[in-house]
Design a binder for this molecule. Structure first.
Ligand code: DAT
Ligand code: MG
Length: 140
């Protein structure tokens, strides 16, 4: 059986703050493998595809703007149950209540912005992982 894959993003706040290495280190320290990695400036069309499930929500436009505010790093990580495992490493969406020990709990906080800035994205199901990987790594 081939190992599961997930799509991880280091968001613009993570890249700006020099936390890309820290995020990669936590992925690798947990024992997952990095299969692909690229830094990019995401455009609106790409982000609208990636965040289609959130279209129409009050934080949608701020989310797209935030994700265009600087470079991001897209990563495909692999390993058994990596989707669930990375979500656990990332912690809760709201960094104020994300558990200490998680990426969001240790490295992020409420910045008073319309959209939550929380360092990382991780796919939440095999279906979203496949869809999101094809958006960021169209040739994989
Ligand atoms: P997650 O990134 O934990 O999967 P999500 O998919 O529900 O969370 O939302 C995508 C991003 O949008 C999330 O990382 C931060 C932001 N966000 C989510 N809910 C929000 C809210 N109620 N207010 C502001 N920003 C929010
Ligand atoms: Mg999500």
């Amino acid at each position: 059986m081939s190992a599961e894959k997930t799509l991880i993003l280091v968001k613009p706040d993570g890249v700006r703050r020099g936390l890309t290495g820290e995020v990669i280190s936590r992925i690798e320290s947990k024992g997952y493998s990095i299969e692909a990695l690229r830094m990019l400036n995401a455009d609106r069309a790409l982000l609208e595809k990636h965040y289609a499930e959130h279209a129409g929500k009050p934080f949608y436009e701020p989310l797209v703007e935030f994700m265009m505010s600087g470079p991001i790093v897209a990563i495909v990580a692999t390993g058994n149950r990596v989707i669930e495992g990375f979500r656990s490493l990332a912690g809760a969406t709201d960094p104020t209540v994300a558990a200490p020990g998680t990426i969001r709990g240790d490295l992020a906080r409420d910045q008073g912005t319309k959209v939550v800035q929380n360092i990382v994205h991780g796919s939440d199901s095999p279906e979203s992982a496949a869809r999101e990987i094809s958006i960021f790594f169209p040739t994989n």
